[in-house]
Design a protein around this ligand. Structure first.
Ligand SMILES: Nc1ncnc2c1ncn2[C@@H]1O[C@H](COP(=O)(O)OP(=O)(O)O)[C@@H](O)[C@H]1O
Ligand SMILES: [Mg+2]
Length: 395
């Protein structure tokens, strides 16, 4: 077989990739149900009953941590672990994560000796080439099957919300074909980006139809779990008030809990005020990915709180005079909500029909803090006026 990226794996596009021989067991607070589902899937795959799992959840909820857990389990059972992470950088070639997978596999197995010609870069984009792509997919799957006959395989693909559509199609195809092979495939995706992207939705819909596929949605940590995580991190007890404050600020998201835990005073009685810079940077990076107009729209929405009606945002902007002063707001306003949803900042509210909400309360806090004083006064005045009118009407 034509080597995809060279027999030794080595470097792909400057990125060092290697199959994993030794993964330290990650620190995992709680997550008993998730880890037992992952271990169970692995057990089945090890004896030739292929399994696939999608870890779906918001940023920082612990998807990558769970992937580390399943990798360490697989290594301890002598399976071959292959891992690839998608990048948010634009311009990755089609099938990028799969190129990494094969680079790893090339270095583990002598795939060059197989008869199947495989040139992963030959993926075509037009629908007319679907037949040719199917043939390539079939060859890829047969290489995986062949590799797994020597040693069971665990393939972990992280951050697939950034994957190209061919990679996602190949996942659906590979999972559907490998139910009787010693292969487990565990993927992770961010929930909001997944819901707003037709390609990831299509992949999950097709996977959902398969009996050997399951979806795990790690949930936010409870108050008790936050306490456990904080006390483990700082290695001493913390007061009830501090735990309550961290739970409120973090919304139970482990990434934020971890960062807030660093702000606890030496005796565990007090939390420093303000947001840790790392949390702020993560939230800012999400917001910065939006256009200027969408950012101002979001800042206005944040005045209304955690959940709001998009029509109220439009109304406040038009009453505030900002619309005539600021041409950033001349873009189509419905688009703004769509873009913020695609960026994982907003989500359709499940509890309030017709409303949209921030995926995390910290997003509204940071957005509000970004408003300039002048705009803030005008927007607050317009919001108060609108609220008064709505209250009058309902009385
Ligand atoms: N169950 C957990 N126990 C302890 N730490 C955790 C847990 N889940 C996540 N973390 C920590 O929280 C941070 C974010 O987790 P990560 O897996 O990177 O989130 P995601 O991949 O969903 O964005 C990491 O530093 C990780 O170590
Ligand atoms: Mg991650």
């Amino acid at each position: 077989m034509a080597s995809l990226l060279g027999k030794s794996g080595g470097s792909v596009g400057g990125v060092e990739v290697r199959s994993i021989q030794n993964v330290p067991r990650p620190v995992l607070i709680c997550r008993e149900s998730e880890t037992s589902q992952l271990s169970n899937a692995l057990e089945h795959a090890l004896i030739g009953n292929g399994r696939a799992i999608a870890l779906v959840g918001e940023v920082g909820i612990g998807k990558t941590q769970l992937l580390s857990y399943v990798k360490s389990e697989a290594v301890s059972r002598n399976a071959t672990v292959i891992s690839a992470t998608c990048s948010s950088l634009p311009g990755s070639p089609p099938l990028w994560p799969w190129r990494e997978v094969f680079s790893n596999l090339n270095s583990e197995h002598d795939l060059e000796s197989t008869d199947t010609p495989l040139d992963i870069s030959s993926i075509q984009s037009s629908a007319a080439d679907a037949e040719q792509n199917l043939e390539l997919f079939a060859n890829i799957v047969s290489s995986l099957r062949e590799a797994s006959s020597t040693n069971p395989l665990l393939i972990c693909l992280d951050d697939l919300h950034w994957a190209d559509s061919s990679s996602l199609d190949l996942i659906s195809f590979a999972v559907s074909q490998l139910s009787s092979a010693a292969v487990s495939i565990v993927i992770s995706l961010r929930a909001a980006e997944t819901d707003s992207n037709p390609a990831t939705r299509k992949m999950l819909n097709s996977l959902n139809r398969l009996e050997h596929f399951s979806r795990i949605e790690p949930q936010a940590l409870s108050n008790t779990e936050v306490r456990e995580m904080v006390e483990t991190a700082i290695n001493h007890t913390v007061s009830r008030d501090v735990v309550a404050e961290i739970t409120r600020k973090s919304h139970g998201v482990p990434l934020f809990v971890e960062e807030l835990a660093r702000q606890i005073g030496s005796r565990g009685q007090k939390l420093a005020s303000g947001l840790p810079s790392q949390i702020k940077e993560i939230l800012d990076a999400h917001i910065d990915s939006l256009s200027d107009g969408a950012q101002l729209w979001l800042q206005t929405a944040a005045i209304l709180g955690q959940s709001f009606r998009p029509s109220d945002v439009v109304e406040i902007i038009s009453r505030s005079e900002l619309a005539s002063e600021d041409d950033r707001l001349l873009e189509d306003d419905l688009d703004f909500a769509d873009r913020a949803m695609s960026a994982g900042i907003l989500i359709a509210s499940l509890s309030h029909a017709g409303q949209i909400e921030f995926t995390h309360p910290l997003f509204s806090e940071v957005s509000r803090a970004r408003l300039g004083v002048g705009s803030s006064i005008k927007l607050h005045a317009a919001a108060a006026e609108l609220l008064e009118e709505t209250t009058d009407k309902t009385l």
